[in-house]
Every structure is written in structure tokens, then in C-alpha cells.
Design a protein around this ligand. Structure first.
Ligand SMILES: O=P(O)(O)OC[C@H]1O[C@H](O[C@H]2O[C@H](CO)[C@@H](O)[C@H](O)[C@H]2O)[C@H](O)[C@@H](O)[C@@H]1O
Length: 909
């Protein structure tokens, strides 16, 4: 069995060595294969990383021996050497939350064909610039690539030497988690499915590309997904980055240039998702598991499901899921949701995102949402929240490297006597770097005593987002530095480039505080890594404070032990900086201990394996329900069960089971005579106890069943109970609670009623129903009704009430009293009335539940448990519905089938 882990970027990619590139080491004028040039100089803080691959050519088959064990294949110091099997399993060392370097902008990878080449005039006039750029490149100064793509460019790459290297794009947290789970034996065979993260069209049809694909598959267990550059660019740079990423993080651009409502790049998104699905389908074998990750691949579960109806598919969203109010702005909202719903299990980082997703589906797809997931027409999809975490084991090993200690020493010396606030973020609006700098400026303004004594080190990673943000942030940095810097002091160190892993770990270890001001963020693993590095084990600063935006997923794990901030509130953020710096050691330690415990509890490996086990469980459960092999009710078995028992309890649903559905908002005018006769016949045997359950009001049921003495009744779906032979109703629900929520819900219902001509509200004792079957415009009414249900679910969750969109109506009822709670009360009361000398452990030896609806499923479940636990000798649960059921048998002949079956039993008095 193989687990496919589909994520947009593979953990590996390839780098090419182009003929004519200067040999590695030319920064210092020497050529030393495998060495990282920067190390040949006296190390300076945050020297730019060279991006040119300057290794002498070598063939793909001969792996180059690395001289410096801490450098990766690319000469960047980001990977531990494969010392032994444990170290090997630790894999790539890199921050969990990575940057996303601009796609198609590396000089050692082919250029994209997505954009047409610039006109020749421009190329000519650019030549001098290109010369200059090359010159600067030789000096180690990184410049954006200026060469336009051409046929010769393609040919060069098609024949150049290449090597597999660790990719610097993609989800580091996911990779670390998978590697940790594998290392700990919680994940068996697994195969990554993803793109190389570079334009590949130039290589299409070449042996080169085939070799790359083969090598990744055979040596690294990675299936490469190839798509045209245009598709990838449209998918990633446009649909993902300009539409999904902002909208999922609550940034709906409201300016006229906004692309949020356009869908011109939608087709590219579909194409890339289809390419992933095709790759998975082609390689899938029975028993394999498919895990699809993140917002880049929302359609993949649905596409795979279409081809492989039985596949076990999980989907996890790493970023935030917004409120339905925001999500509904997307033009392709339904397609996206339906794509995700192809999975058996959908995971989110925290409960808030799960709730938003359930509400969004209930609102936009009119799907029935339950706390466990979504009941679709033909399947149930489970929905869970499970936060990802870091891998403390590999982090700890990486932290022990001498390079980290070296950087700690350098920084210790450089910042002696200063307090350090550190941060490493992507430079896009969502991450709130601008807000952070403004509050830091405010802090320095308000607290002159701290000037000269504090430094903010902000590492800003590049993004594909091209905006004025860059300029704004640089302006603020300049303003702060020019206000308070002097020859020996600079209040902000701003690095617009990534730092290597050793420097990153040193930075986290030496900090006095980490400051995260994301406007929204799925999780934020940088804060986990920081807390881990603050244990003081490598003799550095310890128990530093964490200033963390309340809009990150991580903040919901930390229980207020962080300094939680609203990044929009500059004053509060400035105050939080002061609190962080002036906090006493004892309080710092107390807070850190709690935070550290949370970090170690929610590890990446736990996350990965727990998701896996949950998928296994829900898949089993869904399959059990899906099996059309829920047997038909066997009359002969039922008769035998009935005949060999003496204390029988029947719990029978009313509408749809004992009578055909009538208009729900009307009292049935005619008594259903046949039903009453059958019930009376059964009750002639005093070994039988019968309860009828219904959503109707007590007075309606009284009227309907006045000719069946000794019948027990459950009204309003479990809110009222009348015992057999009794004339009084027991109110099960808490009437004060009901009164309170009814007031608020009625206001909401009235609002929608006024906008839905022809609709009406039915006020039951414990529930309210918004009926729109007779609305003048049914389609419009249905939209109002789903909005109404979602409005109630948003506004009244704390009042323990929920709104359920049903066929032609929205039912609003309490969460805590159901048909099942009523059935349990009946059973408990029967047990309480058992004579003390009786030795049976159960008041009944035969329990039959028959029903056809959603509410009845809970009663089936409860009854089956009594059977499974052998509390009741014979348990028969029968569903009339065609939907998935918990019942152990089905009856396809509808109401007359039920009446016939009961009539047969009644003959055996
Ligand atoms: O920028 P992208 O290539 O589109 O990828 C989005 C981000 O993915 C990863 O972050 C997300 O997952 C993390 C782990 O679950 C979570 O901590 C974070 O909040 C999510 O946004 C990746 O770490 C980021 O670098 C990417 O930008």
C-alpha cells in the first residue's frame, strides 16, 4: 500500500549547470567544487545568498561529493549530511514555513514560455543591462534574470548537465511532518506527487525531461507532474496568488483592478489540478491512499473520485478557510467546494476553519452539516481540525550543528548589550510586516529609554506578489533608521532575502522576542520553532517572549500564554513589545513552559499519523454505510426474534414510516386508520410496548393517536415525551433556554420571511420552521433559506441551537434534545421500573426501531450499540430511506411494507 502525498511542489527539483557559467568559488576568485563561496571570507552577518549555480559541469549519474557536510547539493547550507540512518531520515533542514521564490526566475532553470518574449528592440536596449547584471552576478550580487527565452535557450537547457537538489519552494512543515512520521515508523511507503517548481515546457519531449522524471521516481519516490508553463503560471501566479490566497486570508481587493471576481485564470487552475489527478489515477492501485494538500489543489479530490469511486482520499488545507461571507465572493465557489468534497476526510488546522467550511457548504450547497461533517446526497464526508506542528527531533539535531553555534557567537558579539526582536516573514500583505514596523516605530517613539538598546531584525522573503508593499516597507525602515540610528547603532536590520538554515536557527536562539503580526495565517510554525530554540540548551537566551497575532491558527493552541496582539492595533502591538522586553524572568519562564508543552504536544509526526488513522477510520465507517449491502429486512428472521422474546419495545417514526408524508405544516385532517389498527393489534399483546416518534407538536400527536390507548409518544423530535398509558407530557427540553433562543431566531426568520413572499414560519413549542415550499419564487426562496440557516448557525451557536436546511423548509431546533435522547430516557425509565427481584440486565429483550429520516439515524445508532454490547438480546433497526443508514436492515416497500411487517408480528400473540 502506497500513500500518495500530493502537494504543488515536490521536495526536490533540478538545477542545471549551463556551459560557460563561471566555476563555483569565483566569488573569491578560486574554484573549489562543493565549497560555498561565502565561507571563504570572514563571515559577515546576513551576506546575500548567491543564487547562481556555479559548480563545474558533471553528469547526472555521478553524484557530486559535497565537501562541506552542512551544505546541500546546491552549495547552500541547508542540509544535514547523511551521517547515519537516523540522520538520513531527518531529511532536509529548512524552516517549516518557507518562502515562495518567484516561479521561473532562477538562472539555473529554464525560463517560462508563459509570457511571450519581449520585442527585439527591448532585447537590444537591454543588452547593456544584461552585461552589467552578469558582471554583478560574478561579484556575487544577485540580480533578477534578464535573458529572454529563445530556442537556443531551450537547447542549452535540453543538453545541460543537471542535478537533483532540495527545492526551496513548497510546504516545509508538511515535508518535515512526513519525514518525521516515516522516521518513527508511522508512515510506510509513500510517494510525493508534485511539480518541479520550474518551467518545463522548454524541455518537453526531450530525453532530458524523461531522465529527470525517471530519476525522481526511482531514486526519490517522487512522481513529477508536468504541465505547460502557461497553465502553471496561470494556476500559481494568477489564480492561486491573486485570487485564492488573498480571499482565503480575508483580503478581498475592492479596487477596480481587483481580480477576485474574475475567472480568466480559472481554466489554468483546472488544468493543473487535472494534471495532478491524472498522475494519481494512473499510478493508483487498490488499497493505496491519496492525500492532497493545500489550496493549490482544491479540485484534485473530486477529480480523482470521479475516476476512482472507491479510493481513500484525504484533503488537508494548510491555509485559513474564511467565513462564508468572504468565500461566497468567489465566482467558482461551488466548483471549489465540490472539488474538496471528493475526499473522504477534509482536515483544517483549527476548529474555526472547520466551522467556516461546514457553514459555507451548508449555505452554498445546501448540504446538511453535522458536527462531524457533511451529509451529501450519496455520501458522508468527514471534516476535522488537526493542527500541524514541527519536528522537534530533527530541529534539535540541526541546532546542534557547529555552524549554528558559530552564528550565535557572531551575533552575540555583534549585538552585545542589545535586546533583539526577530522575525522572518513573506513580504506580502497577509503577513503584516508593514503593521509590525509601524508598531515598532510607535514603540520607539513612546519609549525613548529603549532607543539604542533594541534591534528589530526582520527577514523578508520574496513573494510573487508585486506591490507597493515593498516600497512602503522600505520607506518605513529608512524612516525608523534615519530617526534613531547612529554610527554604532541601527534600530532595524531589514533583510530582503532569505537567510540560511543555520543563521535562522541562531537568530531564533539569540532572540529576546519573536514578533508575528500576520493579518491571517493558517498556522505559523516559525513561532513553534522559536519556542523550541528558546530552551537555553545551547547556552543561549531562554524563555523569550512570543508576540503573536490573534489571527494565526497557532494562537488558538497557545491558550493566551503568548502575548496575543491584534496587528491592526498599533498601540497594543507597541505595548506588547514593551511588555515582552520588560517581563520578569519568572513570568517569562511560566509562559514559555506552557507554550513549549503545546509545541511538543502538537508535533508534525503526530499530525501526520493522526490524520492517517482518522482517514482509515472514517473510510471504514463510510464504506460500511455506503454498502448497498445493508440487507433487506428478513421477515422470517424478524418473526423468530419476535417469537423468542417476551419484553418487546418498538420505537417507530411517524411521517414517512407509519404514514406517508403529508404537508408538514398542517395537521393531518384524516386519521390514518390502517396505521392505528396495526398499532392497536400489536398492543393487544401486553408483552409489547410501543412509542411513536415525530417532529409534530404534542397536541397534534394527542389528536392523531387518541384512539390508540397505551401508546407512548415522542413529540417535537425528542423535546416532549408521553409515557404509555399516561395522559401528561414531560417536557424534556429546558424551557427557559428555548424561550431565549426562540426570541433571537424569530427576529432572523422574520427578516428572511419579509424577503420571501409565500413563505411562512411555523412556531412549535421547541422548534421553529421556515417553510418555503409554497413560495412564489422557489429558487429565490431556496437561496434565502440557505442564507437564513447559515445566519442562524453563525449567530446562535452558543445558544445550543442549529438550523438544518431540509426539503422546502429550514428546521431550527435545539441541539441537546433529540429523538435519541428521548429513546434513552424511555429505556432508562423502563429499567428504573424493573422489579428488584428480576435478574435481567435489561428491561427489554427485543428492541425494534423503524424510521426513514436524518433524526432516526441517531436512534438506530443508539439501539445498535445496545445490541452490540449485548444489553438487549434482539435489536432490529430498519430504515426506509435510500440514503446511507446506520440501520442494520432496509425496507424498500415504504409505509405499506412497514405496516405489513408489523401486522404479521401482531399475529403471534
Ligand atoms: O506560497 P505558496 O507556495 O502558495 O504556499 C503557501 C504557504 O504554504 C506553507 O504555509 C502554509 O502551511 C503551513 C504549514 O501547515 C502553515 O504554518 C502556514 O500558515 C500556511 O500558510 C508554507 O510554509 C509557506 O511558506 C507558503 O507560503
Amino acid at each position: 500500500m502506497t500513500v500518495f502525498i500530493a502537494s504543488l511542489f515536490l521536495p526536490k527539483t533540478v538545477h542545471f549547470t549551463l556551459p560557460g557559467t563561471p566555476p563555483r568559488g569565483s566569488l573569491s576568485g578560486k574554484s573549489r567544487p562543493g565549497d560555498r563561496p561565502i565561507l571563504e571570507k570572514t563571515p559577515t552577518l546576513f551576506q546575500p545568498q548567491p543564487q547562481l549555480n556555479i559548480t563545474p559541469p558533471h553528469t547526472p549519474t555521478e553524484e557530486h561529493k559535497r565537501v562541506d557536510p552542512f551544505t546541500n547539493e546546491d552549495g547552500l547550507r541547508v542540509q544535514l549530511p547523511p551521517l547515519d540512518t537516523t540522520a538520513k531520515a531527518l531529511g532536509t533542514g529548512a524552516p517549516a514555513d518557507r518562502g515562495s521564490p518567484t516561479w521561473g526566475a532562477r538562472p539555473d532553470q529554464p525560463m517560462s514560455r508563459a509570457n511571450s518574449p519581449p520585442p527585439p528592440s527591448l532585447i537590444d536596449s537591454n543588452r547593456t543591462l544584461q552585461q552589467k547584471a552578469r558582471e554583478m552576478g560574478r561579484q556575487g550580487i544577485t540580480q533578477p534574470r534578464t535573458l529572454p527565452r529563445s530556442d537556443s535557450h531551450d537547447r542549452v537547457f535540453a543538453h545541460a548537465n543537471w542535478r537533483v537538489v532540495s527545492a526551496d519552494q513548497g510546504n516545509g512543515g508538511l515535508r518535515n511532518a512526513a519525514e518525521a512520521a516515516a522516521r518513527e515508523g508511522k508512515l510506510g511507503d509513500y510517494t510525493w506527487v508534485g511539480t518541479l517548481g520550474m518551467p518545463t515546457e522548454a524541455l518537453q519531449g526531450t530525453q532530458q525531461l524523461q531522465d529527470i522524471e525517471d530519476r525522481l521516481a526511482t531514486e526519490h519516490d517522487m512522481l513529477s507532474v508536468f504541465c505547460s508553463d502557461k497553465d502553471f503560471d496561470g494556476h500559481y501566479s494568477h489564480f492561486c496568488k491573486q485570487i485564492l490566497w488573498p480571499v482565503f486570508h480575508y483580503q478581498i481587493p475592492d479596487n477596480p483592478k481587483s481580480k477576485a471576481y474574475e475567472d480568466h485564470s480559472w481554466k489554468y487552475y483546472v488544468n493543473v489540478n487535472q494534471a495532478f489527478a491524472d498522475k494519481i489515477v494512473k499510478n493508483w492501485k487498490r488499497g493505496d491512499v491519496v492525500w492532497v494538500h493545500d489550496y493549490h489543489l482544491l479540485l484534485v479530490p473530486g477529480m480523482v473520485r470521479k475516476k476512482l469511486p472507491d479510493a481513500k482520499i484525504g484533503f488537508f488545507l494548510h491555509v485559513a478557510f474564511p467565513s462564508s461571507e468572504v468565500f461566497r465572493c468567489l465566482a467558482v465557489r461551488k466548483q471549489l467546494l465540490e472539488g474538496m468534497l471528493g475526499a473522504n476526510l477534509i482536515g483544517f488546522q483549527i476548529h474555526e476553519y472547520t466551522r467556516h467550511f461546514l457553514q459555507t457548504c451548508s449555505r452554498l450547497l445546501s448540504a446538511e452539516a453535522t458536527p462531524d461533517g457533511l451529509q451529501l446526497e450519496d455520501r458522508f464526508v468527514d471534516v476535522v481540525s488537526l493542527p500541524i506542528g514541527i519536528d522537534p527531533v530533527s530541529l534539535s539535531q540541526h541546532r546542534d550543528e557547529s555552524e549554528v553555534k558559530k552564528w550565535i557567537n557572531i551575533m552575540r558579539e555583534r549585538y552585545a548589550g542589545k535586546k533583539l526582536i526577530v522575525a522572518r516573514d513573506k513580504l506580502d500583505h497577509v503577513r503584516g510586516v508593514r503593521q509590525k514596523l509601524l508598531s515598532y516605530e510607535l514603540f520607539l517613539n513612546k519609549n525613548p529609554e529603549w532607543r539604542d538598546n533594541i534591534v528589530l531584525i526582520q527577514v523578508a522573503l520574496s513573494t510573487s506578489e508585486k506591490s507597493e508593499l515593498d516600497a512602503t516597507v522600505s520607506d518605513i525602515v529608512t524612516r525608523v533608521n534615519s530617526s534613531w540610528a547612529n554610527l554604532a547603532y541601527q534600530p532595524v536590520v531589514y533583510l530582503k532575502q532569505d537567510i540560511d538554515y543555520a543563521q535562522y536557527l541562531a537568530l531564533l536562539s539569540i532572540a529576546d522576542a519573536l514578533m508575528i503580526t500576520s493579518q491571517r495565517e493558517g498556522m505559523n510554525l516559525t513561532s513553534h520553532e522559536y519556542l523550541f530554540c528558546q530552551d537555553g540548551k545551547i547556552g543561549e537566551k531562554k524563555h523569550g517572549s512570543l508576540i503573536l497575532s490573534e489571527f494565526t491558527g497557532t494562537s488558538s493552541l497557545f491558550g493566551g500564554n503568548e502575548l496575543s496582539v491584534n496587528p491592526w492595533d498599533y498601540r497594543a502591538c507597541a505595548d506588547a513589545i514593551k511588555t515582552a522586553l520588560e517581563m520578569g524572568d519568572e513570568e517569562k519562564e511560566r509562559r514559555w513552559n506552557k507554550l513549549y508543552e503545546a509545541v511538543n504536544h502538537h508535533t508534525g509526526s503526530h499530525w501526520f499519523s493522526e490524520l492517517g488513522s482518522r482517514l482509515d477510520r472514517v473510510y471504514e465507517e463510510q464504506h460500511r454505510r455506503d454498502q448497498t449491502s445493508v440487507p433487506r429486512l428478513s421477515m422470517s428472521t424478524l418473526i423468530q426474534q419476535y417469537k423468542r422474546t417476551e419484553r418487546r419495545l418498538f420505537i417507530l417514526d411517524f411521517e414517512g414510516t407509519l404514514v406517508s408524508w403529508g404537508p408538514v405544516n398542517q395537521i393531518i385532517p384524516v386519521s390514518p386508520q390502517r396505521t392505528l389498527d396495526v398499532l392497536n393489534d400489536l398492543l393487544l399483546d401486553d408483552r409489547n410496548t410501543i412509542y411513536v416518534m415525530s417532529g409534530r407538536r404534542p397536541e397534534e400527536l394527542d389528536r392523531l393517536f387518541r384512539r390508540v390507548p397505551n401508546l407512548g409518544l415522542i413529540a417535537e423530535n425528542g423535546c416532549f415525551l408521553k409515557d404509555c398509558g399516561s395522559s401528561t407530557w414531560i417536557e424534556m427540553a429546558d424551557s427557559d433556554q428555548i424561550r431565549t433562543w426562540k426570541e433571537s431566531v424569530k427576529n432572523i426568520l422574520t427578516y428572511y420571511l419579509e424577503r420571501t413572499p409565500g413563505a411562512e414560519i411555523e412556531d412549535r413549542r421547541c422548534s421553529l420552521i421556515f417553510h418555503y415550499k409554497s413560495a412564489e419564487d422557489y429558487e429565490a426562496a431556496m437561496r434565502q433559506a440557505t442564507d437564513c440557516a447559515s445566519h442562524i448557525n453563525d449567530a446562535c451557536e452558543e445558544q445550543r441551537v442549529h438550523a438544518i436546511p431540509l426539503d422546502g423548509c429550514v428546521l431550527v431546533e435545539p441541539i441537546d434534545w433529540t429523538k435519541s435522547t428521548a429513546a434513552q430516557k424511555i429505556f432508562a425509565d423502563l429499567r428504573a421500573h424493573m422489579a428488584p427481584d428480576i435478574t435481567h440486565k435489561s428491561p427489554v429483550d427485543f428492541l425494534m426501531v423503524v424510521g426513514d429520516g436524518r433524526e432516526d439515524e441517531k436512534v438506530f445508532k443508539w439501539a445498535n450499540t445496545l445490541g452490540e454490547e449485548k444489553v438487549v438480546q434482539e435489536v432490529v433497526t430498519v430504515s426506509l430511506g435510500i440514503r446511507n443508514t446506520e440501520a442494520t436492515a432496509t425496507l424498500t416497500q415504504g409505509v405499506s411494507g412497514v405496516l405489513m411487517a408489523l401486522q404479521k408480528l401482531a399475529q403471534y400473540v
